[in-house]
Design a protein. Structure first.
Length: 277
């Protein structure tokens, strides 16, 4: 039985152990794609917790050991279901994730990830996909927190036109939760996959952004000079497009990718097959 595994111990074939998100992150980490470091609390642990055999506190020492080895103060704690991020079902937004979690809140956040598999939202989604919620196992990803200057989503195939030679990039300032929650309209760009020519720019005004400040995630106003400015310049868009192409080529299928940018570098925090083509 494997309780906890580092990303470098996982690959895309470990979905039953690490869930869709955890297996994908391990796969990309081992492929040299810039993924923030982290580990996975496996579905073996969830089985024992759910059956009442053990409590999360019995895994506390091991969890804290892995956390301390990351050498960071804050992490993202993210649900990773065994049916998540598959070619058939994305489960995007159905289970919970928690940002900027410190050591003292780690166990509580892990338990909340497991509990989210029993939420009304998850139950309704599972029913709609003819999936038995009782068979749903959830691993938990614990990943170094990236304090994004910009973040967003990239599609290796344009999901609107279905054009396989177009990359669509959505970008917003700060942490990406406002985009995920539909609270802001992100910048929208289209990049030609062959030439890297930027063929479309839709720049939406962004008045607020999420940042980490004084121990919590807060909403802050965007500076007047930046409200209507492109979130990413042309060079950064092309750098991100090259990374998107690399990920698609690695998996061999169109990908829906979550990215973050900080200190001059892009990080990939999730990649899953596009299920809407």
């Amino acid at each position: 039985m494997a309780n906890l595994l580092h990303f470098n111990q996982l690959n895309k074939n470990d979905v039953l152990l690490a869930g869709g998100k955890g297996a994908s992150l391990g796969e990309m980490f081992q492929a040299g794609i810039p993924v923030p470091s982290g580990f996975v609390i496996t579905t073996d642990v969830h089985k024992e917790i759910r059956s009442g055999i053990k409590k999360v506190e019995e895994f506390q020492q091991e969890i804290f050991k892995f956390f301390d080895e990351l050498g960071v103060e804050r992490v993202a704690v993210r649900s990773s279901a065994t049916v998540e991020d598959s070619p058939s079902f994305s489960w995007a937004g159905q289970l919970e994730s928690y940002l900027n979690i410190t050591r003292d809140k780690l166990l509580e956040s892990i338990e909340m990830c497991w509990n989210s598999a029993q939420s009304q939202r998850a139950l309704e989604y599972a029913e709609g996909q003819n999936i038995s919620i009782n068979k749903l196992l959830v691993a938990v990803v614990v990943q170094t927190m990236v304090d994004s200057e910009a973040s967003g989503i990239a599609f290796s195939v344009n999901p609107l036109t279905k054009n396989t030679d177009e990359i669509m990039i959505e970008a917003g300032r700060g942490l990406g939760e406002l985009i995920v929650q539909g609270m802001i309209t992100p910048n929208n760009f289209v990049v030609n996959k062959t030439t890297l020519e930027i063929t479309l720019k839709n720049i939406s005004e962004q008045k607020v952004m999420l940042i980490y400040h004084k121990g919590k995630t807060v909403e802050m106003p965007v500076a007047e000079t930046l409200k209507n400015a492109p979130v990413l310049d042309d060079d950064k868009l092309q750098d991100l497009a090259r990374l998107v192409i690399k990920i698609e080529e690695h998996y061999g299928t169109p990908q829906d990718i979550e990215w973050a940018f900080v200190d001059g570098k892009f990080y990939i925090v999730q990649s899953r097959p596009i299920t809407t083509l």
